[in-house]
Ligand binder design. Structure first.
Ligand SMILES: [Zn+2]
Length: 132
């Protein structure tokens, strides 16, 4: 498979399209399945999950240079770096989970619609109702 979609080309250097074989896609597919299961099992936030994806992509890229392994470079090219791309990679762009905003001080849950208000026609965040 040759990476040639516009979105992938924006992230990667256009001049270095990499020949990717199906085993690379299978390895990343397996890794992503495990990571999504791990995220769900241990209730890992989307932000932490995205950080881990970015870490894996950078780690594969760095190790490919350090160890001189082109296979790791190809894995880094296949590895998605965002949650959106990871879900697309697995063919599940949307999930059925309801997401909440969590107050970092008191851990109260809010829906997204409860978290914003308009001041002078500008959208701003509300303050937690438990903050004193
Ligand atoms: Zn709070």
């Amino acid at each position: 498979m040759l990476i040639d979609s516009e979105e992938e080309m924006e992230e990667n250097d256009i001049s270095k399209a990499v020949e990717i074989n199906s085993s690379h896609v299978k390895v990343i597919h397996l890794l992503l399945l495990f990571l999504f299961m791990w995220q769900s099992l241990y209730q890992i936030s989307n932000a932490a999950f995205t950080l881990l994806l970015t870490f894996f992509k950078q780690f594969f890229s760095l190790m490919s240079v350090y160890l001189g392994l082109s296979t790791l470079h190809q894995l880094s090219e296949v590895m998605p770096s965002t949650l959106y791309r990871a879900k697309n990679f697995l063919g599940h762009p949307e999930d059925n989970f309801k997401t909440y905003v969590v107050c970092p001080s008191c851990h109260k849950l809010y829906s997204f619609s409860e978290c914003c208000k308009y001041e002078n026609r500008k959208k701003v965040s509300k303050t937690c109702t438990f903050v004193q």
